[in-house]
Ligand binder design. Structure first.
Ligand SMILES: [Zn+2]
Length: 164
């Protein structure tokens, strides 16, 4: 999926945590959490040469390349998410949950991609949740439609919490 789709999913992840923790949407804490969510949602693609995250986190992406870490493997795996969750544990609860959930949202939506994810890395074999004919190809019209749905959800969550 494209970076903007992952940012949108990270945004929804952050909003879910804000609702669960009862943090008002119109607060500085919420603004920080949303920014963190949008960034953390895109982080896993540091393993994709040429991606924005690989450029931003250049030393790290070069290191992964050196180790021959391939796209949608280590950084997208359940094991890595668990390790990251452990490493992030000193963070304050709100930012901790936003970071972990937004990071995991990346793998969750990549599972809808037609190439799938090596979810149980280092065990080989990619997992895909959708049958190939409806799986979402990166940059395709179905990804655009998917992103609009995610964005609509991201609008609906704060509107529904503020109104109801
Ligand atoms: Zn990815």
């Amino acid at each position: 999926m494209l970076q903007k789709t992952h940012s949108a999913a990270g945004l929804v992840a952050a909003e879910i945590i804000l609702v669960r923790q009862g943090v008002p949407f119109l607060s500085w804490e919420a603004a920080g959490a949303i920014l963190l969510g949008c960034l953390a949602g895109t982080l896993a693609d540091v393993d994709k040469p040429g991606s924005t995250m690989a450029k931003v986190l250049f030393p790290l992406s070069a290191f992964l390349k050196l180790l021959h870490v391939r796209h949608r493997t280590l950084t997208h795996s359940a094991l890595f998410i668990a390790a990251l969750a452990l490493a992030a544990s000193p963070l304050p609860a709100l930012y901790y949950w936003v970071f972990v959930t937004a990071y995991a949202s990346h793998t969750a939506i990549d599972l809808l991609n037609e190439n799938g994810v090596q979810l149980f890395w280092p065990i080989k074999g990619k997992i895909r949740l959708l049958p190939k004919f409806i799986a979402i190809d990166t940059g395709s019209a179905s990804e655009t439609a998917f992103r609009w749905i995610v964005l609509l959800v991201s609008l609906w969550i704060p509107i529904s919490t503020i109104w109801f």
